[in-house]
Design a protein around this ligand. Structure first.
Ligand SMILES: Cc1ncc(C[n+]2csc(CCOP(=O)(O)OP(=O)(O)O)c2C)c(N)n1
Length: 550
């Protein structure tokens, strides 16, 4: 063992965890750490706002299942990080946030830029701590990653006082354990679930983000195939089943009648798989509290009066779904549960969009063009707003984690930074963002990061000079809208100033070819698409009133 600076040991521990990138902004209190990073195998990615860095780490963690790492300095650096960290908390993404801090010796008194960052991060992390001594660095780093990556994943946070990071230390990293525990429910619990499902006249599955998180879409597809049970997806579960799978019952949650039209009204048993209540409250699909519920997840079910589970199968989703499938195999080919009505209405409208020639463009045609331009494994990353509701409602997905929708914290401004990270993880896939003009400007500074990294993402900006989803809600509730209109910069010139190609679409038929052209480039680009939101995302009266916030 050799004595070296604590920051060097800290970075060695990050390397031992397999960290490839640290996204962030250095500060005067992180000088030693940044210097040690510069001498390591890790790429430090400077971002233009710590929120962007946290979002990048968030998406990196979501897609790789290994914690993404972000860095901010003390005080304002830490407060800027917090929105992205909170997103990872509610959207359950493994992330390790690092923040600098003043010397231990000035923490007890009024001191430049010092605020209690550890307390601030506590409610939005699974675990956090201040590093009091360099001796404990190996344990602290190992724990930060272990806790972040354990089911259900989420963020952890370590505060790094400047003087601690400059001390000398003689210690070694602990080995990273990527072995993931795969607990299994007991045979008795499995049989109890089999019994409930077997007795059911019309069971239906509600599948959520948790399935994508652990890579269990294959097992879910097989379960649906052998049992014939229909599967509806939450927004974040899009693509768990191929939209053309005969058991796919569509993406539910936007409107009150989605569930009824997917077969939930008639269902006596609902099988929830990897379902996070943060996405859509169970009240929407179990209003009378009369469903029998079999819950399959990696952690015990949340308590909700509309979600009183009869059987809770906690453990490895792959294993549980295959075991249930084996037991319930007799349904193979014979039954088809749930209803395809929702999917029929939505996909019917989507297909007819190819002939929509209104300009400014309406969302279905815009999404139709994007779908045609992308392959099944390419990615569409949504920002937050009315466009997100359209994407969730209508954009057909064939694979999980290809339509990324933030539906936990749901913060505007997430799409651009997360798209950069998605491209770093999957350079072979094409990545498109759709943003509103409100959310886009919240993190537009990261265009510079995208240009610098040469991450060829295509940003499609739906321009309407309004906070569209708020207009939609206000108009419905009050018959008018207020505080929702704004002006915009010339986005094409703005992109030009960042040194990236950009186009404004002037006619409906220009969008598809322009998008394809942009997708062929090896640099990031921007397409400004004037959008007409007069077409109601409700699509049809039959779908009922809306149930969600954007
Ligand atoms: C950071 C943040 N602030 C506010 C909100 C509340 N909110 C949700 S959608 C929305 C308007 C989005 O407008 P825009 O980005 O233009 O997209 P559009 O709805 O027009 O598609 C607002 C203000 C939010 N989700 N996140």
């Amino acid at each position: 063992m050799t004595e070296r600076k604590a920051s060097e040991l800290f970075v060695e521990c990050l390397e031992a965890e397999g960290v490839r990138y640290v996204f962030g902004i250095p500060g005067e209190e992180t000088l030693d750490l940044n210097e040690s990073l510069a001498c390591s195998s890790i790429t430090f990615v400077p971002v233009r706002h710590e929120q962007g860095g946290a979002y990048m780490a968030d998406m990196y963690g979501r897609l790789t299942r290994r914690a993404g790492v972000c860095l901010g300095t003390l005080g304002p650096g830490a407060t800027n990080l917090i929105t992205g960290v909170a997103d990872a908390f509610l959207d359950r993404s493994p992330l390790v946030a690092l923040t600098g801090q003043a010397d231990l010796e000035r923490m007890h008194k009024e001191s430049h830029q010092h605020i209690d960052v550890v307390s601030m991060f506590r409610p939005v992390t699974k675990w956090n701590t201040r590093l009091h001594s360099p001796r404990v660095i190996p344990e602290v780093v190992r724990k930060a990653f272990k806790v972040a990556q354990a089911q259900k994943p989420g963020p952890t946070h370590v505060e790094l006082p400047e003087d601690v990071m400059a001390e000398r230390v003689d210690a070694e990293p602990l080995p990273s354990q990527l072995r993931i525990r795969r607990p299994e429910p007991s045979g008795r619990e499995l049989l109890a679930a089999v019994e409930v499902i077997r007795e059911a006249a019309n069971p239906v599955v509600l599948a959520g983000n948790g399935v994508a998180r652990v890579g269990a879409a294959g097992a879910l597809r097989e379960f649906a195939r052998v049992t014939g049970i229909g599967v509806a997806e939450t927004f974040m579960g899009k693509g768990l089943l191929d939209f053309e799978d005969p058991r796919a019952r569509g993406t539910v949650g936007l409107q009150s009648r989605d569930y009824a039209l997917a077969g939930f009204d008639d269902a006596d048993v609902v099988i929830t798989v990897g379902y996070d209540l943060v996405e859509h409250a169970p009240k929407n699909w179990n209003p009378r509290r009369d469903k029998r519920i079999v819950n399959i997840d990696t952690a015990a079910a949340e308590v909700d009066e509309h979600f009183m589970t009869e059987v809770d199968l906690v453990g490895d989703l792959d294993h549980i779904l295959s075991r249930l499938g084996e037991e319930l195999r007799e349904g193979e080919g014979s039954r088809q549960t749930g209803s395809s009505r929702l999917n029929d209405i939505v996909l019917g409208r989507f297909e007819s969009a190819r002939a929509d020639d209104a300009f400014p463009m309406q969302p279905p045609r815009a999404l139709w063009e994007i779908r045609q331009a992308l392959g099944p494994h390419d990615m569409l990353i949504s920002d937050v707003g009315l466009h997100k509701l359209w994407i969730a409602r209508m954009f057909p997905a064939r694979e999980p984690n290809t339509v990324m929708i933030a539906n936990g914290l749901a913060g505007m401004g997430i799409a651009l930074p997360t798209a950069i990270a998605a491209k770093l993880v999957h350079p072979e896939r094409r990545v498109v963002t759709v943003c509103g003009d409100g959310g886009f400007l919240m993190n537009a500074q990261e265009l510079e990061t995208a240009v610098r990294l040469r991450t060829p993402i295509v940003n499609v900006l739906w321009e309407n000079n309004q906070f569209g989803s708020i207009v939609w809600k206000q108009d419905k509730k009050f018959g008018r809208h207020f505080g929702t209109d704004f002006g915009n910069p010339d986005f094409v010139r703005l992109a030009d100033a960042f040194g990236m190609p950009a186009w404004r679409i002037e006619a409906v038929d220009d969008f598809g070819p322009t998008l394809r052209r942009a997708l062929d480039l090896d640099v990031p680009s921007l397409i400004v698409l004037p959008i007409d939101y007069s077409l109601d995302v409700a699509i049809s009266e039959e779908l009922g009133t809306e149930t969600v916030a954007a």
